[in-house]
Design a protein around this ligand. Structure first.
Ligand SMILES: Nc1ncnc2c1ncn2[C@@H]1O[C@H](COP(=O)(O)OP(=O)(O)OP(=O)(O)O)[C@@H](O)[C@H]1O
Length: 602
């Protein structure tokens, strides 16, 4: 499979992505958080409360230890009760913080998901030429999940650990300046190997993930096309490819395991040596009466808390960076500018819309192919109710005409008018209500037959849906499905034949009941019976509407009021079938070659 090459991880590519992630990128989340100020303040308060409470716990422990040998047991009881009260406060505060912060994370991420989808669903096709739908989906799901975990926990954990780190350090100093000094001397000895090995570990982990992603990409491609793989007996090769990538991922993870193990040995050894050293010094101080046992215990607890907060912060830092990158990517989507814009002050269409379509000197190049003109100086006036068939060799610009009429792109020069109003002066939503499209490859959604037809007009009643299906010659086969109109037709309509899908698409367009009909005929030949059924449905649909057909069938072309012959983006001939055949130009040649039922049979 040729895609294999692209599936290979590019060394350093993800590093590059990671490095560009400045944690400041998270600032872009702020506008999404502002509406929930109350929640933020409440979470902040719960957070500060729990941090302060946990810092007081060692103080209570110290009192308990120092009063072990006091005769009056009531004092000891008091300190234990105080410790219990602190623990209860800590428990409630932590639960509250969790509930508030998680809710904030979920809410903000739901808002971001909706904002991104709202933006993307309205973008014109040029946007999707530059970005793959898979990428948009991964941004909406994976990137927002990262943000969710950051907002819903990491940020609050980071803040709490900041508080505990500084608070704990100050309290350590107050407990024993000498021992704190010792700890501060030991810290660099532990931190340096963690930093060095940690960096190596990150690089290896990323490489490992790249390989896993590549191997699953490879597997999903092979499984997605499993029938093709089996038809070409490519299973063995696919197995080898997948095994190689998986083994490589395993070898990389072995390197990760070795580095991690080494790091664990070094860190545990250094940390415990340090702890033993400090305790030793502390014990000497206690023996000499410079320090009480309780103070030593208090000091040890603070050191553990401070060390724990440093470890937590170092872990969370990477997550914050990843989330910052994710935020940047989402914000990029949110701020992407659409090449097609609606006017600030749109005009209205005359009521009722008659369906006159006019092309005035239209020239157009696709933004992705600026060197070739897809349409050049096209002028054409289509009367209300007229049926016009567009024919021409492949790449002549037929589909481009249909795209421009839907205003998926804006012409470089010239104007396109509906009932005398320039499309640029209308909002796309208003204007497209007057258009019904039957695409070449009918899109069927993973829903019931009824819902698929109702897509044409969501407020249509069941009887209107059925009437449309009858007119499209689709009623009979739908009624024969196991659950009739409620039958699920499978993802992309896999449970339907080509002709059935087309008739559903036609029923959808009939239901839409728009004055302008755009029909991109399917190129693939249907059997004679389906062909007749589809043809009948098309006749029913186009009656009384302005109809533009990209035609591939002789029957369609012959029925059209007018045939427009396109070649290399220009109109080269125009007229009814007989006249064009008599002229013996491109049309006559095309007709002989292209139309499946051929002129020879005439
Ligand atoms: N999205 C696009 N980006 C860049 N170029 C495009 C795009 N879509 C079409 N083209 C180019 O524009 C020209 C006209 O294409 P168009 O799809 O209108 O042809 P067509 O007459 O419908 O052909 P066919 O009968 O094969 O469908 C072709 O040269 C094509 O390669």
């Amino acid at each position: 499979m040729a895609r294999n090459q692209t599936a290979q991880p590019v060394p350093g590519a993800s590093d590059e992505r990671a490095r560009s992630k400045h944690i400041g990128g998270l600032g872009a989340l702020w506008p999404f958080m502002v509406p929930y100020r109350g929640l933020i303040v409440a979470s902040g308060m719960a957070l500060v409360l729990t941090a302060c409470v946990s810092l007081t716990l060692p103080l209570a422990v110290r009192r308990v230890v120092d009063n072990f040998r006091v005769q009056d047991g009531a004092i000891l009881d008091q300190y234990f009760i105080a410790a219990l009260a602190i623990a209860a406060l800590l428990a409630v505060g932590t639960g509250l913080r969790y509930a508030l912060v998680t809710r904030l994370g979920e809410r903000v991420v739901a808002d971001i998901r909706m904002a991104v989808f709202d933006r993307v669903i309205g973008m014109s096709p040029e946007f999707f030429e530059k970005i793959m739908t898979g990428e948009v989906l991964s941004r909406i799901t994976t990137d927002t999940t990262l943000i969710q975990s950051v907002l819903g926990s990491s940020i609050s954990i980071a803040l709490r650990n900041f508080l505990i780190f500084f608070g704990g350090l100050v309290l350590m100093l107050l407990t024993s300046g000498k021992l704190t000094g010792m700890v501060l001397l030991i810290v660099p000895a532990v931190i340096v190997p963690i930093l060095v090995l940690g960096r190596r570990l990150r690089v290896i982990s990323r490489e490992n993930q790249d390989w896993i992603a590549a191997s699953s990409g490879n597997a999903s491609e092979a499984l997605g096309a499993v029938q093709t793989v089996q038809s070409f007996t490519h299973e063995a090769a696919s197995r080898v490819q997948f095994a190689e990538m998986t083994e490589t991922a395993f070898e990389v993870s072995l390197r990760r395991i070795r580095t991690r193990a080494l790091m664990t040995v070094i860190v545990i050894f250094l940390v415990f040596t340090g702890v033993v050293g400090v305790l030793w010094m502390g014990a000497l101080d206690v023996r000499m009466g410079v320090m009480t046992e309780g103070a030593l215990v208090q000091f040890v607890i603070y050191s553990v808390m401070v060390a724990g907060s440093v470890a937590a912060l170092s872990e969370i830092w990477g997550e914050l960076q990843r989330a910052a990158g994710a935020t940047e990517r989402l914000v990029e989507l949110l701020h992407s500018v659409d090449t097609v814009q609606d006017p600030a002050q749109p005009r209205l269409l005359p009521d009722p819309v008659r369906g006159q379509i006019t092309f005035c000197d239209v020239s157009f190049r696709y933004p992705a192919r600026p060197e070739t003109a897809a349409l050049q100086d096209v002028s054409l006036d289509i009367a209300p109710g007229e049926t016009v068939a567009f024919v021409g060799p492949s790449g002549a610009g037929k589909t481009t005409i249909i795209q421009l009429i839907q205003r998926f792109y804006v012409p470089d020069r010239g104007r396109i008018l509906l009932d005398g109003v320039d499309l640029g002066e209308l909002t796309r939503e208003v204007y497209r209500k007057h258009i019904a499209l039957v695409p070449q490859d009918p899109v069927i959604f993973a829903a019931s037959a009824r819902e698929n037809i109702r897509f044409g007009r969501p407020d249509a009643s069941d009887s209107e849906v059925e009437a449309a299906a009858r007119a499209a010659a689709a009623h009979e086969f739908i009624a024969a499905l196991p659950q009739g109109y409620d039958s699920f037709v499978g993802e992309r309509g896999v449970m339907l034949s080509g002709g059935q899908k087309q008739r559903i698409a036609i029923a959808r367009a009939i239901l839409r009941d728009a004055p302008v009909l755009l029909l991109d005929e399917a190129t693939s030949a249907l059997d004679a019976q389906s062909e007749r059924a589809v043809q009948h449905a098309v006749d029913e649909l186009s009656a009384g509407r302005t109809t533009l057909i990209v035609a591939h069938r002789l029957a369609t072309v012959k029925k059209a009021d007018r045939i427009v012959v396109l070649d290399q983006g220009r109109i080269v001939a125009m007229g009814p079938h007989d006249q064009l055949v008599a002229e013996d130009g491109l049309y006559a040649r095309l007709a002989r070659l292209q139309f499946t039922d051929g002129l020879a049979a005439e």
